[in-house]
Design a protein around this ligand. Structure first.
Ligand SMILES: CC(C)(COP(=O)(O)OP(=O)(O)OC[C@H]1O[C@@H](n2cnc3c(N)ncnc32)[C@H](O)[C@@H]1OP(=O)(O)O)[C@@H](O)C(=O)NCCC(=O)NCCS
Length: 180
């Protein structure tokens, strides 16, 4: 488990799957993700069964927040496309529990995962893709230290319109300097 202040990242368990499927089928959540098709619990279970085939550091993580004395699942995040030669990886996150949006949890989870990626996995660079019409996510990534690196024009199509995709990134030296 990766422990933060009132927030933790842990392995996803089978019992989490029904909640995660509910989030993935919520149009407001899904519209900001790469997923665009309705998702069944069976499909999610089959995805879960294959997780052990992935490298451990690229397995998705559950985001829990402390709620009174219990931990509450609010989302998932993870690293993928890790390249050990260039020491680079990509980050993804979903806070599926909409009542928990804009409380700082997304920024905190991203910051925790970035710290883990730099200080434990010894990565040098982390990047991510975000739709240009997702100001909440862009702001959360900026607060965690990511900077805009590029705009992929009209590279997503949904609900009859093309959307721009932004690429953002963070390098370990600039992250370390900002922490001083
Ligand atoms: C994107 C996401 C991870 C952000 O996490 P979060 O906990 O909601 O965000 P935070 O509270 O850490 O930060 C959000 C920031 O955006 C701001 N914000 C929220 N709505 C905004 C809007 N419409 N316009 C501009 N800023 C906005 C908040 O005020 C806050 O900034 P501040 O602290 O400077 O006031 C989360 O909302 C989420 O998972 N959403 C659904 C799926 C998704 O978008 N995933 C990301 C795909 S790239």
């Amino acid at each position: 488990m990766i422990a933060g202040d009132g927030l933790r990242l842990r392995a996803i368990e089978r019992a989490d799957l029904p909640t995660i499927v509910t989030w993935l089928n919520d149009p407001e959540v899904r519209d900001q993700l790469a997923a665009y098709l309705p998702m069944s619990l069976a499909a999610e279970e089959s995805w879960f069964e294959k997780l052990p085939e992935r490298p451990r550091e690229q397995q998705p993580l559950a985001i829990d927040v402390q709620n009174d004395n219990a931990w509450k699942l609010i989302g998932t995040c993870g690293l993928h496309e890790v390249d050990w030669r260039t020491r680079a990886g990509e980050l993804g996150i979903m806070i599926g529990e909409k009542s928990e949006w804009s409380k700082g949890y997304g920024t905190q989870a991203v910051a925790l995962l970035v710290q883990f990626a730099f200080e434990t996995l010894n990565l040098h660079r982390i990047s991510l893709y975000v739709y240009a019409d997702n100001p909440r996510a862009i702001r959360a990534y900026e607060k965690a230290g990511f900077v805009l690196e590029g705009r992929l024009r009209d590279s997503e199509f949904r609900h009859g319109v093309y959307r721009d995709v932004l690429m953002m990134g963070i390098l370990r030296p600039e992250w370390a300097a900002a922490r001083k």
